[in-house]
Design a protein around this ligand. Structure first.
Ligand code: PAF
Length: 283
């Protein structure tokens, strides 16, 4: 695997290849897990070259402590990427990505006003900006993202449309541990006891989905999920939304929807876990 640490170096390397090679791109912040590797493997199947990036992007963190504690595991990440045949890794220095502070701002409109957008001020501006920069640097044909960050997927879809990037967005299902916990780089910050409790989030989402499928009202489902989380003293509830799958706006009338997304964020001490589940109401 070729490793590049500056925009200039990777651009020079890729430039002669762009006309003949289809490039699949997997942007990450490192601390890789099976979920990331599934994205790389899928990219490998459908492209000539796979580029992954590892960059812990400071501008998308609204909490300095979260940024400082974000796991950094470069050697293990390189080995994992090599194990699934990743061709190129771009892992830039912060001063190479941001030689000067970014002065333009992105506004994703409605999708930014709920859930992650509402609770993490400026988060999607930071995500959108770094992904746009990475798209310009790598010039991929396809870009791969995980459904675990459902709202991020919508933001990237909007970025691609609004800024006419010639890139196909591929969204892959969430990869879970055997006990249901959604794989996340943040899971490694959980203590052993927290790790045992964390799967209760997905269990509560599944039970809430079943309730909705058996005809429960929005309020019943909302109350049920909230109670499940509040019943566990080591959880700190942040949000739960029953959301429109296309816009992530709060659903107000279930009869208008064939599918909805259940989306949640829960803290365990200072570790923030998010998860979601798409529910088919026709079942
Ligand atoms: O999902 C992530 O890891 C990050 O938000 C991304 C897309 C790599 C942008 O920094």
């Amino acid at each position: 695997m070729q490793i590049f640490r500056t925009q200039t170096a990777i651009k020079e390397y890729l430039r002669p290849l762009l006309s003949t090679q289809k490039i699949g791109f997997v942007p990450t912040m490192g601390a890789l897990h099976e979920g990331h590797l599934a994205l790389v493997s899928e990219a490998k199947r459908h492209n000539d070259l796979v580029v992954a990036s590892i960059f812990v992007n400071p501008t998308q963190f609204n909490n300095a402590n979260d940024l400082a504690k974000y796991p950094r595991t470069e050697d293990a990440d390189v080995a994992m990427l090599e194990s699934v045949g990743c061709d190129i890794l771009f892992t830039p220095y912060p001063e190479d990505m941001y030689p000067q502070p970014v002065r333009t701002a992105l506004n994703f409109g409605e999708v930014e006003t709920v859930m992650e957008g509402a609770f993490r001020q400026g988060h999607f501006n930071g995500v959108g900006m770094v992904v746009a920069k990475l798209f310009h640097i790598v010039k991929p044909n396809k870009a791969y993202f995980g459904q675990k960050d459902l709202q991020q997927c919508l933001v990237i879809k909007q970025l691609i449309q609004d800024y006419s990037f010639d890139i196909k967005l591929v969204i892959m299902p969430t990869i879970r541990e055997a006990d249901g916990l959604a794989m996340s780089s943040r899971n490694r910050r959980l203590s052993a006891t927290q790790r045992q409790t964390a799967p209760k989030i997905y269990a509560a989402l599944q039970q809430t989905a079943q309730l909705l499928q058996s005809g429960a009202s929005l309020q019943t489902a909302q109350d049920f999920y909230t109670q499940q989380i509040l019943a566990e003293p080591t959880f700190r509830f942040e949000y739960f939304e029953i959301a429109n799958l296309d816009t992530l706006a709060t659903v107000t009338d279930l009869a208008q929807h064939q599918q909805v997304a259940l989306c949640t964020a829960v803290f365990m001490d200072e570790v923030r876990l998010i998860d979601n589940l798409i529910v088919d109401l026709r079942k």
